[in-house]
Design a protein around this ligand. Sequence first.
Ligand code: HEM
Length: 180
Amino acid sequence: MDPFLRPAGKGGHGSDDKEETPVLQFLAQNHSAMTHLPTASAVLAAAAAIALLFVSRKELSWFCAVLCITAFVTVLPTLVTGIAAAKGRFNEEGKPFIQGGFIVENIPANAQIRRHQILGISGTVVAAFLAWFGVASLRGRSPNRYLLVLLTVLLAILWAVGGHIGGQELWGPATFPAFG
Ligand code: HEM
């Protein structure tokens, strides 16, 4: 197989002897790209929520609300593409992380990606609350500022740690062989 199609440390997308499903393949290939949108929205929302403790500006409150809604909306395709990626990648035992359904199998070989999935989904629940706050804020209500900071910072941490674990699964020492 072309090393550019399977550069990662542990697994690769798809399998050599199976016919690959084009839609799943497309979704799986776009998980990495999609992850930037919710993660960046969460980090910027946390920064805006912290700034709101010190500066009471309508524009800042609007910015924070829009980011909270964006984090939730953009994590939905991220979850879908994540499931596709977990179906298309092999664990150390040579089996897909998800063999059936939508949840990573609970076996030791899947521990990292299972942790990644739990953090991603937990963040999605937090993001749903924040999106609700965001809509309320755009309709003229003012959510508690301290609660907003707590939830946005929690969300940024959940996805930062979860994303880091996902990246460890994708980028291994063999990814850049020229570095030796
Ligand atoms: C159902 C939930 C999810 C599953 C099953 C899942 C699965 C995976 C898998 C298998 C990888 C390995 C690399 C790949 O093939 O793309 C990965 C990477 C990654 N995932 Fe997820 N994921 C999920 C949700 C999320 C969420 C919600 C986020 C963040 C908002 C996220 C962020 C990342 C990041 C940052 C990477 C590394 C990408 C890179 O380094 O380019 N994932 N994920």
